[in-house]
Design a binder for this molecule. Structure first.
Ligand SMILES: *Cc1c(COP(=O)(O)O)cnc(C)c1O
Length: 429
C-alpha cells in the first residue's frame, strides 16, 4: 500500500487481479483445478527447483488464491502473503519458519481464546512453547524475551475486551532482540490498522472474519513486510542457511524480501498442507471488495450502540476502545485512527442468569461462536467458549459470568438497539 499510487478503496477491488488472460473474464475466475500442464520437461524442472515461479500443484499455488494473496499483501503494505485454510493454520504457518524444538514465542495474555489453547497446549507437541505476558507491561515483555525467543505475538485489537496494543512500543522490544513482531490483525483489518506502519514484521489474519465478512468460509493469511533481516543473526537458520530439500538453496540470500513468503509456499504449504482452496479464496475476494465500506458501518454502529449501552441502567460496564471513557481511547486514535472495530464486551446487571436470558431473548443478534460477520452476533463466554475455566481464570480472560461479547454487524443501528432493549428488559426483569 505504501508503494502504491492508489487508495485503499481502489486496491480492495483491483489489487492482484487482471482480466483473465484466456477469456477476458473481468471477475477473477475460480480456477477449480488441482494441477497445471507443464510446457515441457525443462519448464517442470525449473518450477520444481524454484528457478521459475508458476503454477504446478494446488497444494502450493493456485491462480484464484494467488489473487487473494496479492490483494491482502497490498492492503497491508507487505511484500507478499500466503493464504491458508484457517486463521489458526496461518498462526502455525507464521511460526513454522522461525521456530524449532526448544524455542519459544512471547505472547499476549489477551489473545483470542483459541490462540491461548493453540500456544499453551498444542505447539508443545512440536517442542515449541509460549510465554504469556500482560502486554500493557512493556518491562514484563522485555524480561520474558530470552535467547530462545524467536517471535513476539499479539493482536492489534484484542478479542474481546476492547484492548488496543501499543504496537510501536512492542515492536521496539522485538527490534532490540533481533526477532520479528507478529501481529494478528483480524479484528482491526488493514482498513483500521496497518501493523507494518507500527513496526511489525509479520501480520496474520483469520480471513474467516471481516475480510470475508459474510460468514461463509474459514481461511487465513500470513503477510510479510519483507523488511526483517533474517541473516543478521544465526537465529533463523530455515531462512538464512542452506535448505536441504532444495539442494542447499538459501531462502534469504536468494529471494531477499520475498524469502519468508516463498518459504511459506515452498516448505510450509508443501509439507504442512494447510492450503486455502480456490472456492474459499473466491468468497473472500467477493467480501474484500467492500471491506472499507463495511468497516466504516461496523465502527459507526458499534460507537452508537456502545454509547447507548453505556448510559443504560441495566448495564454495569462497556469495554469498547472507541468510547472516550475507555482507558485505550487515546491509544486507539494513534494505532487505529479509522476506529476501534466492532467487537466489545458488556457487563450486565443480574450476572450469569441475566446474560443467558439476554442471549436467548435477542431476535436480530445470533448466538454463535464467530465474529466479524455482516450480521450482529453475541456470545456469553462463561456458559460457552470459556465454560471450562475457573472463576479467577474467567475474570482474567475478561469473561466474567456477567459478561457478554457483541460483534456488531452492519444492520440498521436503531433496529439493533431496539433488539438489545427488548432483550435486556426480559433479561433483567
Ligand atoms: C477467529 C480468530 C482466529 C482463528 O481463526 P480461524 O479462522 O477460526 O482459525 C485467530 N485470531 C483471531 C483474533 C480470531 O478472531
Amino acid at each position: 500500500m505504501t508503494n502504491s499510487p492508489f487508495g485503499f478503496d481502489t486496491l480492495q477491488i483491483h489489487a492482484g487481479a487482471r482480466p483473465d488472460p484466456a477469456t477476458g473474464a473481468r471477475q477473477t475466475p475460480i480456477y477449480q483445478t488441482t494441477a497445471y500442464v507443464f510446457r515441457d520437461a525443462d519448464h517442470a524442472a525449473a518450477l520444481f527447483n524454484l528457478q521459475e515461479v508458476g503454477f504446478l500443484y494446488s497444494r502450493l499455488t493456485n491462480p484464484t488464491v494467488a489473487v487473494l494473496q496479492e490483494r491482502i499483501a497490498t492492503l497491508e503494505g507487505g511484500q507478499g502473503a500466503v493464504c491458508c485454510s484457517s486463521g489458526h493454520a496461518a498462526q502455525i504457518m507464521a511460526l513454522f519458519p522461525l521456530m524449532s524444538p526448544g524455542m519459544n514465542v512471547v505472547a499476549s495474555t489477551r489473545a483470542y481464546g483459541g490462540t491461548i489453547t493453540q500456544f499453551s497446549q498444542t505447539i508443545k507437541r512440536f517442542g515449541w512453547s509460549a510465554k504469556f505476558v500482560d502486554f500493557d507491561d512493556l518491562e514484563a515483555i522485555a524480561a520474558a524475551v530470552d535467547e530462545n525467543t524467536r517471535a513476539i505475538f499479539c493482536e492489534t485489537i484484542a478479542n474481546p475486551g476492547g484492548y488496543i496494543t501499543d504496537l510501536d512500543a512492542v515492536a521496539q522490544i522485538a527490534d532490540r532482540a533481533s526477532i520479528p513482531l507478529i501481529v494478528d490483525n483480524t479484528s482491526a483489518t488493514p482498513y483500521l490498522c496497518r501493523p507494518f506502519e507500527h513496526g511489525a514484521s509479520i501480520v496474520v489474519h483469520s480471513t474467516t472474519k471481516y475480510l470475508t465478512g459474510n460468514g461463509t468460509v474459514t481461511g487465513g493469511a500470513v503477510v510479510d513486510s519483507g523488511t526483517f533481516d533474517w541473516s543478521a543473526t544465526d537465529k533463523f537458520p530455515s531462512l538464512s542457511q542452506p535448505e536441504p530439500a532444495y539442494h542447499g538453496l538459501k531462502f534469504h540470500e536468494t529471494f531477499g524480501p520475498l524469502a519468508f513468503t516463498l518459504h511459506g509456499i515452498a516448505i510450509g504449504l508443501r509439507d504442512l498442507g494447510m492450503t486455502m482452496n480456490p472456492q474459499a479464496a473466491h468468497y473472500t475476494l467477493m467480501g474484500i471488495e467492500t471491506l472499507s465500506l463495511r468497516m466504516q458501518r461496523h465502527v459507526e454502529n458499534a460507537i452508537r450502540i456502545a454509547e447507548w449501552l453505556e448510559t443504560d441502567p441495566r448495564i454495569e460496564k462497556v469495554t469498547y476502545a472507541g468510547l472516550p471513557s475507555s482507558p485505550y481511547f487515546k491509544r486507539m486514535e494513534r494505532i487505529c485512527p479509522n476506529g476501534a472495530g466492532a467487537l466489545f464486551t458488556v457487563a450486565v446487571k443480574g450476572g450469569f442468569d441475566a446474560c443467558v436470558r439476554l442471549v436467548d431473548s435477542l431476535q436480530i443478534f445470533s448466538h454463535v461462536a464467530n465474529l466479524g460477520d455482516a450480521r450482529s452476533l453475541i456470545i456469553h463466554p462463561a456458559s460457552t467458549t470459556h465454560r471450562q475455566l475457573e472463576p479467577d481464570q474467567l475474570e482474567a480472560a475478561g469473561a466474567a459470568p456477567n459478561v457478554v461479547r457483541l460483534s456488531i454487524g452492519i444492520e440498521d443501528a436503531q433496529d439493533l438497539i431496539n433488539d438489545l432493549d427488548q432483550a435486556l428488559t426480559q433479561a433483567t426483569s
